[in-house]
Every structure is written in structure tokens, then in C-alpha cells.
Design a protein around this ligand. Structure first.
Ligand code: AMP
Length: 181
């Protein structure tokens, strides 16, 4: 699996490099229940899928975007992993959806309603999917600051398939754009 880095991602201590570059990136979010504990558990589970130590961002408290009125704020984060042999995008999605249900997520009634756990595949190496079940790279990854900021923390040099700029460059451009959410 190739990964598309303009420079190498930073390790957990923010300084060193990992022996192999993470190529699979997950966005995590929670705005219901004990969000911090729920995200910690999700990080721990994601680590079991990685052949190298999980890259994990800090937790970002963010205001809800495109959510029903009165929705609580979110905790958002990003993780990067080196996929264990045999892990496919579809297999990963099935795992993530199972974990969302285990965390108490109910079938969606209202668009973007509060949820204990939301796990989205942002990128799976250079794989591209456009099926009813799975779109990768995630179509909203570069349009949501709450996804981009944690991702830029762990992989500023990542170039998502179909993009020319790095995640860090896109975030910097957004920071100058008053309309970014
Ligand atoms: P959400 O409400 O954001 O959790 O959306 C869940 C739905 O998005 C599920 O039906 C998934 O099959 C679909 N989906 C499409 N692409 C992705 C992706 N890259 N990561 C996670 N879910 C996805």
C-alpha cells in the first residue's frame, strides 16, 4: 500500500518519525455521552488494526455544523494507522459501524443528530471508492474544519487522492477564509 505524503507524518511525540507511514486515516467524533471515554475506547480499538503505533490527534472541542438546533458540541479527533494485512476499506467500514452501534448509536432518524460515536474513513491509502456504501476519500474531509484540523495535526503532509495540496496547506488556506466551518 502506498501512502501519499509530501513529507512524513509526525509520531505521537510530535517529533520523531514512524518506521512505516500510516496510510489509513479515520475521523472520530462524539457529542453524546462520555465523549472523552468513548473516543479513548475507539482509539484503543483502532490501534488493534494497525501494524505500527496509532497516530492520534488531540481531542478538539468543536461547535456542531449542519446539526439540529440545540445539538451539543462535539469532541473530534483523527487517527492514522498502518493497516494490518488483509484489512480492506469495506472490512474496515463494517468494523467501524459495529463499534458505532456498540457505543450506543441508533439508526439515523434526523440528519446529523447527536451521536455517541461517529467514525468515518477519510482515506485508505490511494484507494478510491464511489459506491452507495462507501466513498473514499471522504467527500467532506477537506470541507470540514473539524475533520481537517485534527488530521493536519497528525499528517500535515498528507495529500489525499484527487488533491494537489497537502492537508496542512488546505487548512492554512481555510484559516484565511472567513467562510470556512
Ligand atoms: P454518518 O452519518 O456520517 O456516520 O454516515 C454513515 C453512512 O455513510 C453509512 O451509510 C456509510 O455507509 C456511509 N459512508 C460513505 N462513505 C463513508 C466513509 N468514507 N466513511 C464512513 N462512512 C461512509
Amino acid at each position: 500500500m502506498s501512502s501519499a505524503f509530501a513529507d512524513r507524518p509526525r509520531g505521537r511525540d510530535g517529533g520523531g518519525t514512524l518506521p512505516s507511514s500510516p496510510s489509513v486515516f479515520i475521523a472520530l467524533g462524539s457529542n453524546l455521552g462520555d465523549s472523552e471515554a468513548i473516543l479513548e475506547e475507539a482509539f484503543a480499538r483502532l490501534a488493534t488494526l494497525s501494524d505500527h503505533p496509532l497516530l492520534r490527534s488531540s481531542l478538539h472541542r468543536t461547535e456542531p455544523v449542519d446539526c439540529p438546533p440545540g445539538s451539543p458540541p462535539f469532541l473530534n479527533a483523527a487517527a492514522g494507522l498502518v493497516p494490518s494485512a488483509g484489512l480492506t476499506p469495506e472490512g474496515l467500514l463494517a468494523l467501524l459501524q459495529g463499534w458505532e452501534r456498540e457505543a450506543g448509536r441508533r439508526p439515523k432518524v434526523v440528519l446529523n443528530e447527536a451521536r455517541p460515536l461517529d467514525l468515518d474513513i477519510i482515506a485508505f491509502g490511494t484507494e478510491v471508492r464511489n459506491t452507495p456504501l462507501l466513498t473514499i476519500p471522504h467527500p467532506r474531509a477537506t470541507r470540514r474544519r473539524f475533520v481537517l484540523a485534527p488530521l493536519a495535526e497528525i499528517a500535515p503532509g498528507l495529500v489525499l487522492p484527487g488533491e494537489r495540496r497537502t492537508v496542512g496547506e488546505i487548512l492554512r488556506a481555510w484559516t484565511q477564509d472567513a467562510g470556512a466551518v
